[in-house]
Structures are given as C-alpha cells and as structure tokens.
Design a binder for this molecule. Structure first.
Ligand code: 13P
Length: 247
C-alpha cells in the first residue's frame, strides 16, 4: 500500500515568521507523510523545530556535485548533514527559468540518492505540448531519462510529482480525471520496467492544489497526494489540504 504524501513547495517565499507559525500551529496525524520544502535558509529552523513531530523537511534544489569551488551551490550531502530527507528535482521552474536540462536533472537525481536524500522528481507538459497531443510522450521522456541513467531501481526510493506546467501558479487545477489519466499512464510506463516498483511508487499531483480542489484529486486511485505551492504557505490552508487525503 502506498502511504499518502502531501508536500509543500514554498519556492522563493516564506520568512522566519511563517516558519514560526508552522512550528506553533501545524501538525500532522501520522497517517500520511508530510514534507516541507522551504528555501534553504529556513530548513534548519524547521528541521530542529519539527524534530519531535512526524514532519519531514526537504530541499528545493541540490548541486549535481558533492563539494568544491561552486559558489552559491549547496550539495545533497550538506542537505543530509542538516537533517533534510527529501530533494526536489526537475521542477519546471528550474527547467524553464534556470535552463536545467534533462541530463542535469538526472545528475541531481543521482546526487540526491547518493547522499541519502529521497528525490521527488517533477515531470509535466506545457500547454502547447498538451494541445499538440504530446503530454504523455513528454512525461514519459522525462521519466525515461532517469530510467536510462539509473534503471528502474531509481524508483525504489523516489517519488514522482506530476505537475502540468499550465496548472502551476495559474489557479487552473487539472481536472481530477485528467490528472488521474496521466498518473495511470505514469504507473503503466513504470510497469513496463517493473510491476512491483510501479505499484509502490508514489505519484503526487501538483498545480494549483488548494483546500477546495484537494479532496477530489486525492480520491483518484493513482493520485497518492499533492505537491502544493501557493496554498502551502498558509498553515491553516495547508492543514486542510493534508486532511483531505487522510485515508
Ligand atoms: P502552485 O500550487 O502554486 O500552482 O504550485 C505548484 C508547484 O509548482 C509545486 O511544486
């Protein structure tokens, strides 16, 4: 059985005050995995503050290399050293705004696993790609890059987040049936390599998830939770989204 997961990607938002609000008021009941992805600077505050609660903290980005003269970079090893347990990889904002290629995404995925972080691999098509009927092939290609460089064992300890680019930050959530269809496709694609891994891999949905849309999305059989952006910065809203999945 796949344990449900709800993750918060704060992107370049948040503050010490918001961290304190979460530490004072936010909790999860243990029936699901909750992961917070704050900006790097705030990871330690949350890791230390949530040490006694079953809430994990991850990093939004890692370098593809372990250490050295790379000003401004942070390695997966450092993230583990700080107590982080997950690493986001391949987010469309990193791909599109920072020019991260499929090859670099694969290197970062490998860097996470080498250091002991569980990678959350983000995949998803743009609006043009969907309108051209290429959504599935784009997503399959993004997963295939990892399969080709690591093999199916890559997904024995990884999470996939399907985030259609047209739904991110737009207020336009994918319809539950649309999202379910892509999630089922992703699972079928993994099944071609290994049925057990495909059955056990969690596939989260991301893109304008909020407290009103979460329950319907999470009710779909292949949607194992969510990766939430904007709505994850407000602890009450995020707590409602987490409650929407309790199974
Ligand atoms: P929004 O929930 O703000 O659309 O962001 C989704 C996302 O990109 C999470 O990684």
């Amino acid at each position: 059985m796949r344990a449900p997961m709800v993750a918060a990607n704060w992107k370049m938002n948040g503050s010490k005050a918001i961290c304190r609000e979460f530490l004072q008021h936010f909790d999860a009941d243990g029936s699901l995995d909750v992961v917070l992805f704050p900006p790097f600077l705030y990871t330690s505050i949350l890791i230390e503050g949530f040490a006694e609660r079953s809430i994990s903290v991850g990093v939004q980005n890692v370098s593809n290399v372990s250490s050295g003269a790379y000003t401004g970079e942070i390695s997966a090893e450092m993230a583990v050293d700080s107590g982080a347990t997950y690493g986001l990889v391949g987010h469309s904002e990193r791909r599109n705004l920072f020019g991260e290629s499929d090859g670099l995404v694969a290197e970062k995925f490998i860097a996470c696993q080498r250091a002991g972080l569980t990678p959350v691999l983000c995949v998803g098509e743009s609006l043009d790609e969907r309108q051209e009927g290429r959504a599935e092939s784009v997503v399959a290609g993004q997963i295939d890059v990892i399969l080709k460089s690591v093999g199916i064992k890559a997904f024995a300890n990884a999470v996939i987040a399907y985030e259609p680019v047209w739904a991110i930050g737009t207020g336009e959530t994918a319809r539950p049936d649309q999202a379910q269809s892509m999630h089922a496709f992703i699972r079928a694609f993994l099944t071609k390599s290994d049925a057990t891994t495909a059955k056990n891999t969690r596939v989260l949905y991301g893109g304008s998830v909020n407290a009103n849309t979460a329950a319907e999305l999470f009710a779909e059989g292949d949607i194992d939770g969510g990766l939430v952006g904007g709505a994850s910065l407000e602890f009450k809203e995020f707590a409602k989204i987490c409650r929407a999945i309790s199974r």
